[in-house]
Design a protein around this ligand. Structure first.
Ligand code: HEM
Length: 406
């Protein structure tokens, strides 16, 4: 402070600055009398009422509400005033209006959007959040629950499968292959399955990057690449979603017939299919584990994931896409997709490295008789008994070629 004053005085002492200062003083004396800027502690207190801002020197200045009506706040009803009442005692002070905006009060807007008159949503308490405005409540549920616990569940599923794999290894055939094959999946069944599976992988990868990428990808590839990647994946997610939805419906009806529960499923579940020891429990075309994935994953979670997903895609007609609706859909979608991913990680494991011959079945459509006998014995027995054709495509073709008799 002292250094500043000395250098200021030194500059003041120069003749040119002195002359300029004298000129400025004589020209500005009138206005200097009207408004006296606060320059330091020694200055007298500013006058209670000053000239309007427009007549003051130094360009446009906003009105200071304390200068307009300094004693307005002494009114005992000051804090309950409406915006109109406040405007009368302190013109330009819109604090009551902004306080209402913060409380979520809806005002008037001529814009044609359902929530155009509401800037900040009202207070709400979503499960797991504090009672706060809905946007913040949604953020708390997402960041404090869905992301940490959902991420942990997925990691636990991956670790459990890794432990299972290193403990048990691939489930191999015990007998040798016969060379005689059975058609397990027709072309239509495989096509429906793979379209659905590819859409699922695109959705899962893009969804995981959008939800968790900032923890494991952003630090590695940097914000520029991460931004572009996430943007591209987000668009892929929006397009793969409807494809997944349609193919899921096809998958559901394609495999429904052989996924109805049977009494043997109970034994399979009680013994966990023999996965943790003992012989594999006989099953029909699909075992109880596959049926749990079918009803729990494809049907139940599929319905919720697809329902909330197409809602978030805004392709459901005649629905109000308000912020509250989108927040609820986003939370439901987050929870259901994480459960679905955890479930399908197990399915994908069994369909690839978990069981010898399973992937080949879905790729080529055929399994060896030994595979059928060891993994789906009741289905194999029905085929041997002639109840189910071993080659459904050929049987269907033969049936359609056969001359029709009246
Ligand atoms: C990359 C991902 C996937 C792989 C590698 C895969 C692999 C397989 C394999 C190998 C089978 C045959 C199992 C058997 O012969 O018993 C199968 C069956 C099946 N998969 Fe997948 N799958 C994948 C994703 C999906 C997805 C996303 C869905 C549905 C949302 C799905 C639904 C089914 C259904 C319904 C069956 C028939 C068995 C049953 O009804 O439980 N799969 N999958």
């Amino acid at each position: 402070m002292q250094r500043f004053l000395t250098s200021g005085l030194r500059r003041l002492a120069s003749p040119a600055v002195l002359a300029a200062a004298l000129l400025a003083l004589s020209a500005g004396v009138a206005s200097a009398q009207a408004v006296k800027p606060a320059t330091g502690q020694d200055d007298p207190a500013p006058p209670a009422v000053t000239a309007p801002a427009a007549t003051q020197p130094g360009g446009i200045r906003s009105a200071n509400i304390f200068e307009i009506a300094p004693d307005a706040a002494t009114d005992p009803k000051y804090s309950e005033q409406t915006n109109a009442e406040r405007g009368k005692v302190q013109p330009g002070n819109n604090a009551p209006m902004w306080r209402d905006v913060g409380k979520g009060v809806t005002g008037y807007s001529s814009l044609p959007y359902p929530e155009a008159g509401n800037m900040i949503q009202g207070f709400v308490q979503y499960p797991g959040s504090r009672l706060t405005n809905a946007g913040e409540a949604w953020r708390q549920v997402r960041n404090n629950w869905i992301i940490p616990y959902g991420g942990s569940l997925l990691l636990i599923a991956v670790v459990a499968l890794a432990l299972f794999y290193f403990g048990k290894g691939t489930i191999k055939l015990h007998g040798s292959e016969t060379g005689r094959v059975i058609e397990r999946f027709t072309y239509v069944e495989r096509a429906a399955h793979w379209v659905n599976a590819i859409a699922f992988v695109v959705l899962a990868v893009s969804g995981v990057v959008m939800a968790f990428g900032k923890f494991f990808l952003l630090p590695v590839i940097g914000s520029t690449l991460f931004g572009w990647l996430t943007y591209a994946l987000k668009n892929m997610h929006n397009f793969a979603g409807p494809l997944f939805a349609v193919s899921l419906v096809v998958v559901f009806f394609t495999f429904l017939k052989d996924n109805w529960p049977s009494k043997e499923d109970f034994t399979w579940i009680m013994k966990a299919g023999g996965l943790f020891g003992g012989a594999e429990v006989p099953s029909h075309r699909f075992n109880a584990g596959e049926k749990v994935v079918f009803w729990g994953g494809v049907f139940f979670l599929g319905l919720i994931v697809v329902g909330s997903g197409v809602f978030l895609d805004k392709i459901v007609p005649a629905v109000e896409y308000t912020r509250a609706n989108m927040q609820v859909a986003s939370m439901i979608h987050g929870v259901a997709t994480i459960l679905m991913m955890a479930m399908f990680l197990g399915h994908i494991y069994m369909g690839t490295i978990g069981m010898q011959g399973a992937y080949k079945a879905m790729k080529t459509g055929y399994v060896d008789e030994t595979w059928a006998k060891e993994h789906h014995e009741l289905w194999y027995d029905d085929i041997k008994a002639g109840k189910i054709p071993a080659h459904r495509t050929a049987a269907a073709a033969a049936a359609s070629d056969a001359p029709r008799t009246a």
